[in-house]
Design a protein around this ligand. Structure first.
Ligand code: AMP
Length: 282
């Protein structure tokens, strides 16, 4: 596995492999790698000649500086983990200068309104930061295919929209959420949870599963009421939002229309750690 620690090193590597006609699969990450990330590489391995990942904690997508500061950084352990999987050809670990040569600033994006829902409401500027870093990484890595987790479903939708609107030559693939045995979605942030909080946090996925049982049986206001009550009753976790949204527009719905697909979304705080998860309703 090649460890590429600068834009120059990456460019030389990409040029070499492009000349050989290699098909490139790419999965960007912020590091603190876990099995959820590894499932992206497995998906990439199946349909590409080369699998490349990146590790970069992107400052412009954090709306809260304490969250940025506390984000786990475990680059050397990440490299070891990647090496041990044998599934990765190269990891790109850019410096801030490589991504932001003109200073830490986001582009402004119009994602046809997707950016104004959920995470966009609670984390102003977040998706401009995500769009900026992913677009720049796509330009540098030049992947044929790129892989994103459904755990960050709104992010996945936004990247698809960016590629469509900017006509970028890359195909975006969604990968199902990998979970701990308790059902809690794997996340780098889980490392910041105490054992007690980790146990409590499984309520997020349990609730989403419950909601699926109520889908098209119980009215949405009643479902919301029940979800609020579950969280009020559970100490150690605070609900930030619960929303049932149209899977395509991500707009909240208060009624299940016949021919539309829906997904339930939760954001909650376990102590200071903000966790998100979602589930397709069927
Ligand atoms: P992050 O390092 O948290 O920015 O995540 C990098 C990529 O891994 C994103 O596309 C995430 O959606 C994806 N990812 C994170 N957690 C999981 C998970 N539990 N299952 C599948 N993909 C995940």
């Amino acid at each position: 596995m090649e460890v590429l620690r600068s834009k120059n090193a990456l460019c030389a590597y990409i040029e070499r492999n492009r000349e050989m006609g290699k098909k490139i699969g790419f999965a960007p990450t912020m590091g603190a790698l876990h099995e959820g990330h590894l499932s992206l590489y497995e998906a990439a391995r199946k349909e590409n000649d080369l699998v490349i990942s990146s590790i970069f904690v992107n400052p412009t997508q954090f709306n809260n500086s304490a969250d940025l500061q506390k984000y786990p950084r475990t680059v050397e352990a990440d490299i070891k983990l990647l090496e041990s999987t044998g599934n990765i050809d190269a990891v790109y670990i850019p410096k801030e200068q490589d991504i932001y040569p003109n200073g830490l600033k986001s582009e402004k994006y119009d994602f046809d309104g997707l950016e104004n829902e959920m995470e966009g409401k609670f984390r102003p500027g977040h998706f401009d930061g995500v769009g900026t870093v992913v677009e720049e990484l796509f330009r540098q890595v030049q992947p044929d295919n790129a892989y994103f987790g459904e755990k960050d479903y709104q992010q996945l939708a936004i990247i698809k929209k960016m590629v469509e609107k900017k006509n970028l030559p890359v195909k975006i693939h969604g990968v199902p959420t990998l979970r701990e045995d308790s059902g809690l979605a794997r996340s780098s942030r889980n490392e910041r949870l105490t054992p007690e909080q980790r146990k409590t946090a499984k309520i997020i996925h349990e609730t989403l599963t419950q909601v699926n049982d109520w889908f098209r049986v119980v009215s949405i206001p009643e479902i919301k009421d029940r979800v609020n009550k579950i969280f009020e009753k559970t100490s150690g976790i605070v609900l930030e939002y619960f929303i049932i949204a149209d899977e395509e527009t991500l707009k909240e719905t208060d009624f299940f229309y016949k021919d539309r697909n829906y997904r339930a979304f939760i954001a909650a705080f376990a102590g200071e750690v903000r966790l998100i998860d979602n589930k397709h309703l069927d």
